[in-house]
Design a protein around this ligand. Structure first.
Ligand code: SF4
Length: 86
């Protein structure tokens, strides 16, 4: 595989980590979010977890499920308003 064929997942900091990104205890979430905040593909990860469908579980892009759900709703509403305004 050459560099152009690689996906954002290949640059994910968590790909070889021993953390469980689906365990939502406060300490585990804090450790995962710390790793996400240093991850070079945080934005790509967050986007992939929300579109086209919401990934209902786990930490993606440094966010737990409910904040991602809320961000997805707000983004879809803003996109809808922008289309109506165009
Ligand atoms: S942002 Fe977090 S969950 Fe997403 S790829 Fe990076 S380390 Fe993994």
């Amino acid at each position: 595989m050459n560099i152009e064929q690689e996906t954002w997942e290949s640059a994910a900091l968590c790909k070889d980590a021993s953390l469980d990104f689906y365990k939502l205890s406060p300490v585990n979430v804090a450790l995962c979010v710390e790793m996400c905040n240093a991850c070079p593909v945080k934005a790509e990860c967050l986007n992939a977890s929300m579109f086209p469908r919401l990934e209902e579980s786990g930490i993606w892009g440094g966010m737990r499920p409910e904040p991602r759900r809320s961000l997805r709703r707000r983004t879809m509403k803003a996109n809808s308003l922008a289309r109506q305004d165009a």
